[in-house]
Design a protein around this ligand. Structure first.
Ligand code: WTA
Length: 632
């Protein structure tokens, strides 16, 4: 048995085995790790409560498996390469030994400052090495990390801190982003004005900008390090203890805290990383995501480190100082495996091809895509210009809730089809359901994508509200985990994920609930009601289109738009700013008062000739005026 699946036939055999004997299959994959006690049972589950337990009774520490386990065999191998925002800045490299040392030191700082097993720690930081140390240090001491993406506003941070009851925050003074220098600590300070659970804030000095330090609460990391020892003890965790919380948007209410646990997540992140990317020991792997999202958790940190790979972390943006930045980094660090999002590809496609051509990309062996459907045009551009016309592209479909990749080609083994994520990974049992929740068995069909059997990396609960987890994911179609996505299965059984079928918008790979954005817009004193829908956007995949009703009409629409932008930035963050805002007199509603989003979506898409039946509307006359006022 080799370490990786080596052929498509082997994939098929492994897949069959994983379906026939899932427990045996995953127990075999789990063997390689360091466990302090073996499991009593591989899997116990029901999708009604839901309750899913993998490797029940086993004891482990995931960071021991990421770092300590490799020290004897690859201690001097590069674990982490960090590339700064500024191309003239100094890249940093950490071997497994060095990364282990940094993580142990930060772990000691946490324990010295009272962090204990089970405590929730909010991490709000730019993409600097200390962010990686922070995540791993939490897991080492058994604290539950909740990383909040650096683009979120103080209100969004406060919501997440309060929901999880975090007692500790790790942040930095400031950050760089392209040509800009931004404050970070200041945003945390604002957030903490409405949080009562936080005792301590650990601040990494990075940009040396001026910050206010609150006595008794705020601690400089570099000062705390002086009294932190080098050796750190591992907290031995139960396989089903919480590892982290990561907030994500759904179609209703505030973002929910998706919970992943230690044992199953570990086994799944490692197995999927190794097989999908076909990573070899000498290779350098770069995922361009932010650690604030699940892709960064599973495929910048945990997956690659568990597999003993060399992983690259990039602080900057793809288009600064110019649109060649990604390719310059590929050349500089001789990247072999490159994993990015369709939105980045579409943005780079709009620039002169010389930005790609002037760099030596010959080190590349595998390309990947994640976060949203990749359109055929982007797929071909990526393959032809970056992939020398023949590199495999792994179009990986998965979600925050799935913990790891679910449907994807295995690089170089699975036949490819542009815009298709192709086949499920071993252990994954996808189905397509019709509107009544019946499985559609044949091929060449479309349906709602659901999963009918547990996999080790799956969501266990939503923090503090298990019923919400049940209702959202297991209550829609009885007996299935429902993904919220629609998908097509072709004649050969290959899957193409088309997009969300619920009220979730995917903007440049960032998920937002329409309700979440509406709530932010409604905070504007002049706005009476709003409705948000997605529309096709050339670069972002989907853009945000907002319809708003104003109290007493609106005299200066531009001013109102500006203020709504500011409101959304304040409530959520820049990433959720509407692309288009249309002031309307009324919204199309059904007789029961529900907004007819279908019509609003069509108008936003510009498909005004096929609005369908509007006769059931309470106020059909508003439709015409909405069409007239459409923002193009
Ligand atoms: C979408 C990101 C098509 C999908 C890992 C899913 C995709 C949502 C793909 C999850 C893909 C992700 N093809 N659609 N390869 N990958 N999606 O939680 O709609 O940020 O439900 O996880 O992104 O987004 P999330």
């Amino acid at each position: 048995m080799t370490d990786r699946i080596q052929s498509f036939e082997e994939y098929q055999q492994e897949y069959d085995l994983s379906i026939r004997k899932p427990e045996e299959f995953w127990a075999d994959k789990a063997k390689k790790f360091t466990w302090h006690k073996e499991w009593d049972k591989v899997l116990e589950w029901n999708f009604q409560e839901p309750k899913v337990e993998w490797f029940k009774g086993a004891k482990l520490n995931i960071v021991e498996n990421c770092l300590d386990r490799h020290l004897a065999t690859r201690g001097d191998k590069r674990a982490l390469i960090w590339e700064p925002n500024d191309p003239n800045g100094q890249a940093k490299t950490y071997t497994y030994k060095q990364l282990h040392k940094e993580v142990c030191r930060m772990a000691n700082v946490l324990t010295n400052n009272g962090v204990q097993k089970g405590d929730r720690v909010c991490i709000y930081m730019p993409m600097i090495p200390e962010l990686a140390f922070a995540v791993l240090a939490c897991a080492r001491v058994g604290a539950i990390h909740s990383v909040v993406f650096g683009g979120f506003s103080s209100n969004a941070i406060a919501d997440r801190i309060n929901d999880a009851g975090c007692s500790f925050v790790i942040t930095s003074d400031g950050m760089y982003r392209g040509a800009k220098e931004l404050s970070v600590k200041e945003t945390v300070d604002e957030a903490l004005e409405s949080c009562s659970t936080v005792d301590k804030v650990l601040v990494v000095q990075y940009t040396h900008c001026k910050v206010k330090m609150e006595e008794g609460r705020d601690i400089w990391y570099h000062e705390a390090l002086r009294s932190a020892g080098k050796e750190s003890e591992l907290q031995i965790m139960d396989a089903e203890d919480m590892l982290f919380i990561l907030y994500t948007s759904g179609s209703t209410g505030k973002p929910k805290g998706v919970v992943h646990t230690c044992g199953g997540y570990m086994v799944y992140a490692e197995y999927t990383f190794r097989n999908v990317f076909q990573n070899k020991d000498s290779e350098v792997y770069w995922c361009t995501a932010d650690i604030g999202w699940i892709t960064g958790h599973s495929y910048i940190l945990y997956g690659p480190l568990l597999a003993g790979a060399t992983t690259v972390m990039f602080e900057g943006v793809p288009t600064w100082p110019d649109a060649g930045r990604f390719w310059q980094i590929v050349e500089k660090h001789k990247i072999n495996i490159f994993y990015t999002a369709p939105t980045a590809i579409r943005a780079l496609m709009t620039h002169n091809i010389d930005y790609v051509k002037k760099h030596d990309l010959s080190s590349l062996k595998v390309l990947g895509s994640v976060g949203e459907p990749i359109n055929e045009e982007a797929w071909h551009w990526y393959r032809n210009n970056v992939g020398r016309k023949d590199l495999p592209i792994v179009d990986t479909w998965w979600q925050t809730e799935t913990g790891g990749i679910m449907i994807s080609p295995l690089a170089g083994l699975t036949p490819l089809k542009p815009s298709f994520a192709t086949y499920p990974l071993p252990g994954v049992q996808p189905v397509l359901l019709d509107g009544d929740g019946n499985e559609i068995k044949e091929n060449g069909v479309e349906g709602y994508l659901a999963i009918k059997f547990p996999w080790p990396g799956m969501i266990r609960t939503t923090y503090g509200d298990h019923e919400r987890c049940r209702r959202t994911y297991f209550g829609v179609y009885k007996g299935y985990y429902f993904t919220g996505d629609g998908a097509r299965r072709d004649e050969k059984g290959m899957y193409r994920v088309i997009g969300r079928v619920d009220d979730v918008i995917n903007v440049s790979g960032h998920r937002f609930g329409t309700a979440e954005i509406e709530n932010a817009i409604d905070e504007h004193p002049q706005v009476v009601e709003s409705a948000v829908v997605g529309f096709p956007h050339e670069i972002k995949g989907q853009g945000i289109y907002a319809y708003v009703i104003c109290a007493e009409g609106c005299e200066d629409e531009d001013k109102l738009r500006q203020e709504i932008h500011e409101e959304v930035i304040k409530q959520i963050g820049k990433v959720a700013r509407p692309d288009k805002i249309q002031v309307v007199d009324d919204l199309p509603k059904t007789r029961s008062g529900k907004i007819m989003r279908r019509i609003l979506r069509k108008v936003a898409e510009g498909e005004t000739s096929s609005l369908g039946d509007t006769s059931t509307l309470l106020n059909p006359e508003v439709v015409e005026s909405i069409i007239q006022g459409r923002r193009v």
